[in-house]
Structures are given as C-alpha cells and as structure tokens.
Design a protein around this ligand. Structure first.
Ligand code: HEM
Length: 433
C-alpha cells in the first residue's frame, strides 16, 4: 500500500498491515476479481437510470434465477414495511462475527428487537450529535485537511479516518492502527451485508477480521467497567439497566458495539466517498455544497450532500428473503407472486428516481421532501445511525468544501479506487491558504 500523503497521518496511525501474514489480510480482498453477481450490480450502478426506468416500466418486479428485483417506489416501500414476510437475511452472519447474540439488522420485529432498539437509542441520544459527534468530527477533519498542505487522499486520510477516531474518542474503543481498523470493519460489513453469495474468501477474511476486532471491544468493555465514564458509549452501555432491572451482559454490549461500529465506519466511508465523488463529477452539485459550507449553513450542506448521495447511494438497495408465498403490487396490473425462499433486491435507488412518486427525479434539488430520499432505508430497519451519520459526514467534508479550488489530483490518484464495493482512495487537491 502506498501512502500518498503521509503528512496527514500521525505516526500512531501508520499501518502495520504488511507485517500481518497469518491473520486478516485486506490485500486478499482487494485482489479479488468481482464475481458475475457484483459485476452485474456494478453495471447497474454505472448505468442506473436507463436500466431502472426499463424495469419500472416493463417489469416492475423482475424474477430471475431465484431472485426478485423490485423497482417501483410504492412496491419498494411496501416490501420494506412488510418485514414479517420479507425478512432480513443477515442474522446468522451477524451472530458469527459477534461470536454471540444477534443485532438489530439481523432480527425480526418483536420484544427482543424493541428492547435492543431502545437501549441503542438511549446510549446514542440525538443530543450527542450536536455536542460530541459534530464538534469532534469538525476538529479532526479540520486538523487533517490543514495538515495536508493542499493534497490529501480524501478517503483513507479523511472520510475513513474521522469515524475511526470517533470510535476511539466517543465510543471509548482504543484503536491501535487506524488504517487497519478501517479495513477490518469494512471486511466485516462486506461479509454481513454485501455478499449474498457467501464467497469463501470474503467469509474467511471477515472471520479473521472479527477475531481481531472482538478483543478491542472486550478491552473497551473491561476499561469501562474498571473506570466508569458515562461520556463514552462503552461507559454508558456498562451502566445500562434493562426494563427487568438487570444490567447488560458483556456479550450483549459487545454485539451492540460491533453493530454500531460496523454500521458506522464502513457505511460512512462509502457514503462520504460517494458524496465527494458525485460532487467532483457534477460542478453544479459542488458549487451548491461549497456555498452552503462557506455560508456555515450546516443544515443546507447536509441537504446538498444527501441529495448528491441520492444519485450514487450505497447500493441498488437492501437484500431481503421472502419468508412465505406472497404477492407484490396486489391489486395492480403488475401484481407478482413471490415464492417462499426467493432472494430479493429491494431497489431503493430505482425508487428514488421513480417519477410516479418523485418530482423531477433527475434534478439536483436539495430542498426535496425527505420521503424522496431512501438512502437510509425505510420501515422497521430504517437506519438508527442516520442522525449520527449526518452530523459526522457533514462536518468531515465541510473543511474540504471551504478550501479554494477543490479538484481531483491529476492521473490515477484522482480516480476513486475501491476495496470490494467500498471506496479506498481518492486524492484531491486544493489551494493552500
Ligand atoms: C450515510 C451513512 C449511512 C447510510 C447510508 C446507512 C444506511 C442504512 C440503511 C439503508 C439501513 C437499512 C438496511 C436494510 O433495511 O437492510 C440501515 C440500517 C442500520 N444502520 Fe445505517 N447507514 C448509515 C450510517 C449508519 C451509522 C453511522 C450507524 C451506527 C452508528 C448505522 C447503523 C445502522 C443500524 C444498527 C441499522 C439497523 C437498524 C435496525 O435494524 O433497526 N448506520 N442503515
């Protein structure tokens, strides 16, 4: 791995990954050629509008080779609402990596899900986003951008690094190697949420990554028990009391921390990276975001970033599996029977461009109603980290957007590269003050 901009890194953050030969090796994932499934998904992502428009019009619920692809807004929202029929398929993999209990995105609705949801809501209160997430992200991002002297790998040295530092400063999890921590969490996320074909290399590396992350989490829980500190997430979790009056056991705390880390660092890397990529592709989007950043209008900046993200979201949509024979679009001309066991790709990206429900879908319009934006999902599993993500990403990209003459580095450094589906590198330049 080459470090284009070593000045943006503290010595502690240098990665020792090249020395790791027996454990988790991110290079094995980076070297993997995409399978036919991910190649098709990539093709759709690169040519989305025509493909989606074709399906919405002629085959709103496409069924092929044991899979269903749902493309219209109403059907997408309906499928995500019917979580008892169209179930999340992630539970077994989440339990494997937790080496313990399940977490929210692997669970069906019910008392256990609701109790866990409430604990997470209490330990990640909305007020934190104003009092901790936004200021810490702003401070870290400004320091990284200022130290870069006008050239920065905006993914590795900003977009991934800031959430990693929040895991340390806000969650209370010591991170010995920031770059490796990012790779570990990304490998785990890819396995849990982005690999329905269960590729053996992805699985093997994710298991090793999980084995490396769990001791860091256990150490954080141990420190929090030894030195109570209600300002960190780990500290709050050890002080949590369930509705029945019992404290949380370590396995549950570990599942929550792993879930809220693997939901955070990889996802915000992809979201922040895709937003920046979109801004660099579209001068109108960049100008709007820069104007909001320079006017110090954080709300408008968030709206600009999420509207840009609508064009290049995380993926075509979430996966589900059909738990019983069912019908999508009942009562319409495209009503389609789905057999129990059918795997589903629920097309939130297509839905956000469905002119039946979204006005002028191809226009960049930061003032859109929030229902037009399904980047955080819909229904029961709607992203519980959404406010945190908005605060962190807004304040991470803001220092870049206030700099003069932001642009891609020339040559291949200025083109985004990926590790699997996740942004890995994208070097940008700006005029130093
Ligand atoms: C821009 C960044 C983010 C995006 C685009 C995003 C997107 C999503 C989406 C689409 C879902 C629903 C998945 C599904 O239905 O299958 C989801 C759920 C979830 N997200 Fe996020 N997410 C982001 C950031 C975060 C952060 C920062 C955290 C944690 C700190 C987080 C934790 C979760 C969790 C725990 C769930 C499951 C919620 C449940 O099952 O009730 N996410 N996210």
């Amino acid at each position: 791995m080459s470090y284009v901009n070593a000045t943006a890194m503290t010595p502690r953050a240098e990665s020792a990954e090249s020395a790791a030969t027996t454990g988790f090796q991110p290079a094995r994932l980076a070297a993997k050629k995409p399978g036919i499934g991910s190649a098709i998904v990539q093709y759709i992502l690169d040519h989305p509008y025509a493909v989606y428009a074709f399906f919405r019009r002629f085959k709103p619920v496409l069924i092929a080779k044991g899979w269903a692809f749902v493309s219209r807004y109403d059907d997408v929202v309906d499928v995500l609402k019917r979580q008892d029929v169209f179930a999340v398929p992630f539970g077994a993999k989440i339990e494997t990596l937790n080496d313990g209990p399940n977490f929210l995105l692997g669970m069906a609705d019910g008392p256990a899900y609701q109790a866990l949801h409430q604990i997470v809501a209490r330990t990640f209160p909305d007020s934190d986003n104003r009092t901790a997430i936004a200021p810490i992200a702003a401070e870290e991002a400004e320091a990284l951008v200022a130290a870069s002297d006008g050239r920065i790998d905006a993914i590795r040295d900003l977009v991934t690094r800031v959430p990693t530092r929040l895991c340390e400063r806000h969650y209370g999890v010591a991170v010995p190697d920031e770059v490796r921590f990012g790779h570990i969490t990304i490998a785990m996320s890819t396995f849990m949420f982005g690999d329905p074909s269960d590729d053996p290399v992805v699985r093997a590396e994710a298991l090793k990554a999980g084995a490396e992350l769990r001791p860091l989490i256990d150490a954080a829980i141990g420190s929090a028990r030894a030195r109570p500190n209600s300002r960190t997430v780990a500290g709050r979790l050890v002080g949590e009391i369930r509705a029945d009056g019992t404290p949380l056991d370590d396995a549950t705390i570990r599942a929550i921390l792993i879930g809220m880390i693997t939901g955070f660092v990889p996802t915000n890397t992809m979201a922040g990276g895709n937003m920046l990529e979109m801004l660099l592709r579209r001068p109108d989007m960049l100008r709007a975001a820069q104007a909001a950043a320079r006017a110090d209008d954080d709300l408008l900046l968030t709206r600009c970033l999420w509207e840009a993200f609508r064009f290049l979201p995380l993926n075509p949509g979430p996966f589900r599996v059909c738990g019983e024979d069912a019908v999508i679009g009942a009562g319409t001309r495209h009503a389609t029977a789905i057999k129990k066991g059918t795997k589903m790709l629920v097309g939130t990206h297509s839905a956000m461009f469905d002119p039946r429900r979204v006005e002028r879908p191809k226009a960049f319009d930061p003032s859109r109603p929030s229902r037009n934006n399904l980047t955080f999902g819909s229904g029961l599993h709607w992203c519980i980290g959404a406010p945190l993500a908005e605060a962190q990403i807004t304040h991470t990209l803001k220092p870049l957007l206030t700099r003069r003459n932001l642009r891609r580095a020339p040559g291949k450094d200025g083109k985004m590269t990926k590790d699997g589906p996740f942004p890995a590198h994208l070097t940008v330049l700006f005029d130093p003050d």
